[in-house]
Design a protein around this ligand. Structure first.
Ligand code: NAI
Ligand SMILES: NCC(=O)COP(=O)(O)O
Length: 349
């Protein structure tokens, strides 16, 4: 048992799709010389990581440890790695679906470490959903849903936040401080409306309210909720989900003490007047909320899975295959995700 929350939290960092930027961002972070508020252990193929470090001229030594164990004396310039073997060799920018099983194994190692108390939190570098599915893992849609199932909970909530919004409520927060949670995650747009049920919305809002208190120290979160349809349905003329599902669910939860506003038309919700005083926005679907978030702070935000019994954060971007192996991808979001995971772990997970 190596986790020591009273000192520096121990963060297990999965290195993600091996053909993407995850391995090099991990190495860049570990070799930057800038202090991190966590002790890092990377999970991935040690040979691949050593090869990428050499390719990019990053002066960092890979030190293999047995999963769950840390070197007694973590040293600068040395990255501890819990090894998982690639299934086939990996080259930057070239997807190999056979490595889907490798990627999922790195997640399993991190989840087990968090559950067994060997790590205080997990941070994930990006995976390529298509490659994992093409590798035969048909039901895979993303870390969020994989973690939900692996941790045996009914519902989780994906929330992304810009850096300024990550550390609790700050007086005079800049306008770009945004937390955006999603009522639905990775599913075809065609299926979104059917997925917006009263049961799902109620679970999502309870998790969001509870985890804003637990992880972000916000006592009475004010949550602003988007409508699903244009103009929030225009009184039923442009869709009935607001009248039949969203409005009644919000009313029921308000009676139980949640501080909810909406449903508001999503096109004008993301303006200063509505965002002022909002602790989070609940968007109905992925591309309703995330483009705004990424416009406000791409590269310096983080993705948090709410509703889990463990702490998991991630980057705000994907595998960036076009940049892989070139050493030009920005490690900013990974740094923010590690710092946030450490902060959440210190708050008690
Ligand atoms: N947390 C995760 O595992 C995530 C995984 N993905 C996956 O990534 C794959 C590619 O998705 P895309 O939609 O193409 O998004 P992407 O984020 O990989 O790329 C979009 C654009 O942003 C740029 N970009 C991404 N990360 C960057 C960084 N660190 N520094 C500088 N520029 C960066 C890319 O070069 C590209 O121009 C998909 O399979 C998707 O499912 C996407 C988002 C999150
Ligand atoms: N766009 C965010 C995203 O796709 C992240 O998904 P996940 O793998 O963290 O579930």
């Amino acid at each position: 048992m190596t986790s020591s929350i009273s000192n520096t939290p121990m963060v297990a960092l999965t290195t993600g799709e091996p053909a993407g930027v995850g391995p090099e961002l991990t190495l860049m972070l570990a070799s930057s010389g800038k202090p991190l508020p966590a002790t890092l252990v990377a999970i991935g193929d040690p040979g691949m990581l050593a090869e990428r470090a050499e390719r990019l001229g990053l002066g960092i030594e890979i030190e293999v440890s047995a999963p769950g164990r840390m070197p007694r004396d973590p040293r600068p310039g040395v990255l501890p790695v819990w090894p998982v073997a690639l299934r086939v060799p990996s080259h930057p920018g070239v997807l190999e679906p056979a490595n889907g099983a490798y990627v999922l194994e790195t997640l399993d190692v991190a989840i087990a470490a968090c559950r067994d108390g060997h790590a205080d939190a997990m941070v994930t570098a990006p995976v390529h959903k298509g490659a994992i599915i093409d590798g035969g893992h048909i039901g895979f849609t993303g870390h969020t849903e994989y973690l939900r199932d692996a941790c045996g909970v009914d519902e989780v909530v994906m929330m992304l936040a810009t850096d300024a919004a990550l550390h609790g409520r700050v007086a005079g927060e800049p306008r770009c401080a945004l937390r955006v949670a999603l009522a639905t995650t990775h599913l075809p747009l065609r299926e979104v409306a059917d997925a917006i049920t009263a049961t799902r919305l109620e679970r999502v809002l309870r998790i969001l309210d509870g985890d804003l208190r637990r992880h972000f120290g916000i006592d009475a979160p004010h949550i602003v909720v988007c409508g699903l349809n244009p103009h929030a349905g225009e009184d039923g003329h442009l869709g009935r989900e607001e009248l039949e599902i969203i409005t009644p669910t919000l009313a029921r939860l308000r009676e139980q003490g949640l501080d909810l506003e909406g449903p508001l038309p999503a096109d004008t919700l993301f303006t200063p007047r509505h965002l002022e005083g909002a602790d989070a926005v609940l968007a109905m679907y992925h591309d309703q909320g995330l483009p705004v978030l990424k416009y406000a702070g791409f590269g310096s935000g983080a993705n948090i899975t709410l509703g889990l019994p463990i702490v998991r954060t991630s980057v705000d971007h994907g595998t960036a295959l076009d940049l892989a192996g070139k050493g030009i991808a920005d490690p900013g979001s990974l740094r923010v995700a590690v710092a946030l995971a450490a902060e959440m772990a210190r708050r008690g997970g």
